[in-house]
Design a binder for this molecule. Structure first.
Ligand SMILES: [Zn+2]
Length: 251
């Protein structure tokens, strides 16, 4: 085993603590829990190349994804966009992990200047074809240029749990948020009161695809290090967290 693997096992990807303990072996994945922040994570990580491979759906699958429950997904996206419009000070909107583009389209309908970034090239293609009034970029947020002013709303829903190297990702999200701007983030919550005690029975438990399981506090602590403060935590009836962070005006 090389040192990279040993490093991965030792350190929590969320808070970098080396005080971690074996949590569970599940199928081919080994998971650890951080004693400091209580996050649970897969280690050793899959590599960057393997991640890109994981997110390269066929065009048929991308098209199918768009059509499946589109009406329901659009309705939820519209209600979220409408809610975010009330909190936002400006109209620049970035969806990180924009999938087939329905959230970007819903944001545009609600008066945002909407932009999506997505690692899967076929999802980007489908997005551009179906929602041509928006801008979609293929790539990773870590490589996205640092904007002059930033976005008023950065939206990232059910994406961060898929990212093995989570701190550079979180930092990249945070640097897109303008002064006074917002980050809306959702992810499974491993400490939620409705998360099953037998973790294997939890529908959000699917390592290695989901490779990091946060607690609301570990999420809050991580983004604090990148200059964002918690503005609002929504009540979630499913075992997930929905949070809005803000970059203070003064920084
Ligand atoms: Zn930790």
């Amino acid at each position: 085993m090389n040192t990279q693997h040993q490093h991965g096992q030792k350190n929590c990807p969320v808070c970098l603590s080396s005080t971690t303990a074996h949590y569970i072996d599940y199928e081919n994945s080994r998971l650890y829990r951080c004693n400091d922040c209580q996050s649970v994570y897969v280690s050793p990580y899959v590599t960057h190349g393997q991640v890109t491979e994981l997110y390269n759906a066929s065009i048929e699958r991308a098209s199918h994804e768009l059509k499946t429950r589109l009406h329901k997904k659009m309705r939820r996206a519209r209600s979220r966009a409408k809610r975010l419009k009330r909190y936002a000070k400006g109209n620049r909107f970035l969806d990180v992990g924009s999938n087939v583009g329905f959230m970007v389209e819903a944001a545009r309908e609600n008066g945002f200047l909407a932009h999506g970034i997505e690692v899967d090239p076929n999802y980007v293609k489908i997005s551009q074809e179906n929602f041509p009034r928006n801008t979609f970029t293929h790539g990773m947020i870590e490589d996205f240029p640092i904007p002059q002013d930033g976005f008023d709303v950065v939206y990232c829903s059910e994406v961060i749990e898929h990212v093995p190297n989570v701190r550079p990702f979180a930092e990249a999200l945070a640097r897109q948020v303008c002064a006074g701007g917002l980050l809306y983030i959702t992810t499974p919550d491993i400490t939620h009161w409705r998360t099953p005690r037998d973790i294997a029975r939890w529908d959000a438990f699917c390592p290695p695809s989901h490779c990091v399981y946060f607690t609301p506090q570990s999420m809050q602590n991580m983004f604090a290090q990148y200059g964002l403060v918690l503005k609002k935590k929504f009540i979630a009836f499913k075992p997930g967290m929905k949070m809005i962070f803000q970059r203070p005006q003064s920084t």
